[in-house]
Design a protein around this ligand. Sequence first.
Ligand code: PMV
Length: 311
Amino acid sequence: MISSAPAKVILFGEHAVVYGKPAIAVAINLRTRVYIERNPKSSFTVNGWPMDDAHHAYIKKAIEEVWGEEPLKITTESEVPSASGMGSSASITVAMVSALLAMKGKDSEEKIARKSFDVEWSTQGRASPIDTSTVTHGQGILVSFKKERNFLWKIERGGTEWYIHHVEIPPLRLVVGFSGVKGPTPKMVEKVRRFYTWNSFARDVIEEIGKITMAALEPLENEDYPKIGELMDRNNKLLTILGVSHPKLKKMIDAARKHSYGAKITGAGGGGCMLALTDEQDEVARAIREAGGIPFKVSISKQGYRIESHL
Ligand code: PMV
């Protein structure tokens, strides 16, 4: 069985989504691919090594959740840099879960999204299903806390209900800039939580981010790039106020702006990645490199998970 899944970036609403506000994420054309065969007379192996709790946490959990005891030989291949905020763990998880469910003849988009969230939840205690649903479905996803247009499925956990919706995304040309600094997601979520708990100004900022996310739906539908860019800039200002920027991210964002409709931190911040929307990907990639970052010229992946071959 060969299956693959894309990476993702958050366009609008990171952090605010933790407090019941909507967020929009898109799948991008960097993929993780897994090759799986039954390994009858041996044990579980990953890329030629015995499967290991620490190094193969997501793979192991995916096997526990949807497969069982029958030994497998697994080979992985990924274009997604790890710990960058581009959803590398969701990408490997969805590739594994979709392959294993397909081997059992039971794959459906909703089932893959649910099982993949279970794997992320039990492996890293992740706060929201935004990554796994985006990577499963492809295109764009709106996560919100009530039913909107183009509803796909609802995921519940620990008293929270997330409503997942399809969002039609125009052919965005994006450049992701990786700071090279690992994005410490739990630390940044905790930092914002403290600010949110003690400061009503922080709560207003979160509220405003939620409004920006909803305001982005129409320009996305109408391919209004200047408006999308303007909203990205506003979202970035608010994320900076929340304290999740990083000197390297700021430098890359400032450098990218000259050739972009808009640019912002994407994901948890404090390192990780920034994101620019542009017609001039080469110029933006050069500016990001000169600012010390690692650029990835990416576009939207219409396809989420894909079963590539079933022998
Ligand atoms: O850094 P990423 O892409 O894993 O995104 C984190 C997004 C947060 O809103 C900060 C947390 C979450 O789980 O939604």
